[in-house]
Design a protein. Sequence first.
Length: 446
Amino acid sequence: MEFQRRTPRSGEIWKTARAWTPLGVHSNYRYLEPYPFFASHAKGVQLWDADGNEYLDFNMGFGALQSGHAHPQIVQAQRDQLERGTIYGYEWERAPEAAERICRRYDMAQVRFSSTGLEATHHASRIARAVTGRSHILKFEGTYHGSHDTLLVGVKPRPEMWGPPKTPVSVPASRGILPDTASHTLIAPFNDLEATRAIARAHRNELAAIITEPVPMNMGFVLPEPGFLEGLRELCDEVGALLIFDEIKTGTKYFRGATGRFGVRPDLMTLGKSIACGVPISAIVARQGVLDDVGPRKISHAGTYNSNPLSIATCIATFDHILTEEALDRSARLCSKLATGYTEILRDAGVTGRVASDGVSGSVYFAAHPVRDWRTFQRVDGERSMIYFYSALNRGLIPGGTGPDEQWTLSVVHTDKQVDRHLEILSSFAPELQGTPQSGEMDEAV
């Protein structure tokens, strides 16, 4: 196998790693067959593995590095802060600056910082229950909001566990989640407002919140259909539940997040990933009044590393110098160019597929049908998706995240030349991606 020929040192490192760590990795999603490749270092949009192979990176840390690797402004902010301390155990004097930047950019009232996306959605769920006095959270089938018990339900369920299409079953996504916990998490089909309304109304006295990624990114790149997000806002107002937008990924893929892109304002939003490019930080952001009872003996929110100076300094540098409106507009133009190139190359090669993109990210589906939810995603050709990934990897391109459920991300330092190189590499192996033809035409969703 070409991958193994190119990465023998990664294979050796993995043999050592798996002796001490399950699967040899510290996140299940990093495991690959026959073994994961191990990174050595990165700069800009280039990444080198342990064997010295150089890659053009369009994964960008699964969207956490819209700055590119080791951006000078990020390096400088971190270097300056390292000399002054990384954590004090007290609030840092500049934390209010970061909070103000976030609230102003996303037109929200208050924010609390945490360290990971998992923590942010976990706390947001608790806050919603406390504010409403209700017990249930509604999420969408196939979506991922971090690996905590409340929301690790209905994530990548197997077909035999789905249940009816209009009322999916609340399937725990891991052993160790208590059945009673899972029973408080309702599952609805994404992009089906009618079904969602029926489920929410049936549980209106128990429903604390509806949580969604405005653009689900655990099944590629699924854009909300016209009126869907607006319908969720109206539905939450109707039943007295909070609307939570999980914008861990989408929050920086548009200048004002998906909230600004689609013009729908949630009660709570969670931010993470690229708000401090390369440093762990997340935020729970709320409209006026929602966080009023966060405090001792009321609604718990705590963490030693919350608002630590290293993360906050990086966040400020990111908002001030990197993820500017001009830079994001430029990245979006490059993303559109990449998506158009994919569409043309695959069509010319006779490959059945569809491309979905918006903002600075996109995904290719090897299927003839549009993907609008988890169940239509299941008909995507996963085998061809992996052939595509390894074919690119073996030619020095990381085309996006691994597998059909991930997407590419354009950083602010990608250039036209690098997009052209990406498309050139795709062209070199596109004919190998031909599969069994399916009915339908390939098009680009924008």
